[in-house]
Design a protein around this ligand. Structure first.
Ligand code: TXA
Ligand code: MG
Length: 320
């Protein structure tokens, strides 16, 4: 059992001693350790059961600090940082020697983010090192959006979870890298591509790659609940399962045939940010209901609907 609390000083002491702890962010909870301490970084990989070839995001509290971890800051990256930090944006930038190869899995770029959560920003300001932090879920399972989600899955392995309430964005950060002067979105996330394009113009989106991915967290099997999640038409699923064996995950409406208590509507008013906020928590709830299968509907392919659909598709790894 981890301690769940809001004592920033205790968390600071644990991090300074090389421990890893759960921290809240506006996207999802992170499993954080001193990014400048290789033993702490190794501990993150082992607690999460994450392969060391999958690099970590470095979290810091100012653009000035971020600048010391990199050797160049392209104009478009600076514009995005100024527009969206603190916030759900991760930038891939050429790393300086300050960042160890362990954090970046030997890549020449480092992923950097300033998270927008008051407790975590206060914690970062009290530290003289940045925090390496992946999402605080066991590798391959749904990301946590509350301290309790972290406790349920990693509580036995970590001493403390800083409780910052429910994550307000609810899906992971958008990851943007640069090929020469061009910006490339490697992971759809909490900032819509449309919002990025309003700042720097058209960007390319490279997602769903399964071989040698730039962002290995985007492998297809990510975000999976344990129960099969299907995007097949409902009548097809109803041929194989009785209605009370089915749960549903939909954008803004209830569906016919399935018992209401087995249904989760992401946003009755069709609000994308609200849908994103509920996505992972509802997937978890459906996973723990006495049902056999989850029927999911995709959202319109715009705004945060794209990032939400991306996660639903990756969760849907099995067929009827
Ligand atoms: O919202 C978020 O980004 C959350 C919170 C805790 O900040 N963090 C998060 O971390 O989602 P994680 O480790 O679950 O996902 C980070 C992704 C991974 O897919 C990793 O492969 C990719 O970022 N990544 C990290 N460094 C990279 C790099 N240098 N080049 C390409 N991809 C990188
Ligand atoms: Mg993750």
């Amino acid at each position: 059992m981890a301690i769940i609390g809001t004592d920033i000083l205790s968390v600071k002491q644990l991090l300074c001693a090389g421990e890893v702890v759960g921290i809240p962010t506006e996207t999802v909870y992170g499993l954080a350790g001193n990014a400048f301490n290789d033993d702490a970084v190794l501990k993150i990989f082992s607690v999460k059961n994450r392969p060391q070839f999958d690099p970590l995001i470095v979290h810091t509290d100012s653009i000035a600090h971020a600048s010391t971890f990199i050797i160049s800051f392209p104009d478009k990256a600076k514009q995005l940082a100024e527009a969206f930090w603190p916030g759900p944006l991760t930038l891939l930038l050429p790393k300086s020697d300050a960042v160890s190869d362990l954090v970046t899995s030997g890549l020449s770029t480092v992923a950097i983010r300033i998270p927008n959560h008051p407790l975590t920003l206060e914690l970062l300001a009290s530290l003289d090192f940045p925090l390496a932090a992946p999402s605080a879920n066991p590798f391959g399972y749904i990301s946590p959006t509350s301290a309790l989600h972290v406790e349920n899955q990693l509580g036995k392995k970590i001493p403390y979870i800083l409780d910052g309430g429910e994550s307000t964005v609810g899906i992971e950060s958008t990851i943007v890298g640069f090929e020469g002067d061009d910006a490339v979105v490697y992971r759809l996330g909490g900032i819509a591509v449309e919002a990025i394009e309003r700042i720097i113009g058209p960007v390319q989106t490279v997602s769903h790659s399964t071989s040698n991915p730039k962002a290995p967290g985007m492998l297809k099997s990510h975000y999976s609940p344990r129960k099969p999640l299907l995007i097949n038409p409902l009548p097809e699923i109803l041929q194989q399962y009785s209605p009370n064996q089915i749960g549903s995950l939909t954008f803004d409406h209830l569906v016919d045939s399935i018992p209401t208590e087995n249904q989760r509507v992401l946003s009755p008013t069709a609000d994308y940010p609200e849908a994103a906020k509920h996505l992972f928590a509802y997937m978890r709830q459906l996973d723990s209901l006495p049902i056999e299968v989850i029927y999911a509907e995709l959202l319109p392919e715009k705004d945060l609907g794209r990032a939400i659909n991306d996660r639903i598709r990756r969760a849907a790894v099995r067929e009827v």
